[in-house]
Design a protein around this ligand. Structure first.
Ligand SMILES: [Zn+2]
Length: 68
């Protein structure tokens, strides 16, 4: 399934979520995209991209876990 979410995060000072990438046992951040529809980011170790839609269950959490 192809996602149509924008991955652009050009503005500074965006909201972000703290994420624990469980497969690499490290932490990273997902920044809100320009459209405000999702938080996007990538694992700092393996570089795999991750995104979380805003408004779906769980995205109100300030910290959550992602399998990368
Ligand atoms: Zn990783």
């Amino acid at each position: 399934m192809r996602s149509q979410l924008s991955r652009k995060t050009t503005n500074k000072g965006k909201r972000f979520l703290g994420v624990r990438f469980v497969n690499c046992a490290c932490y990273g951040r997902l920044y809100q995209n320009d459209e405000g529809t999702a938080y996007v980011g990538s694992c700092p170790r393996c570089g795999k991209c991750y995104q979380a839609r805003i408004g779906e269950k769980g995205t109100d959490n300030r910290m959550f876990m992602a399998a990368c």
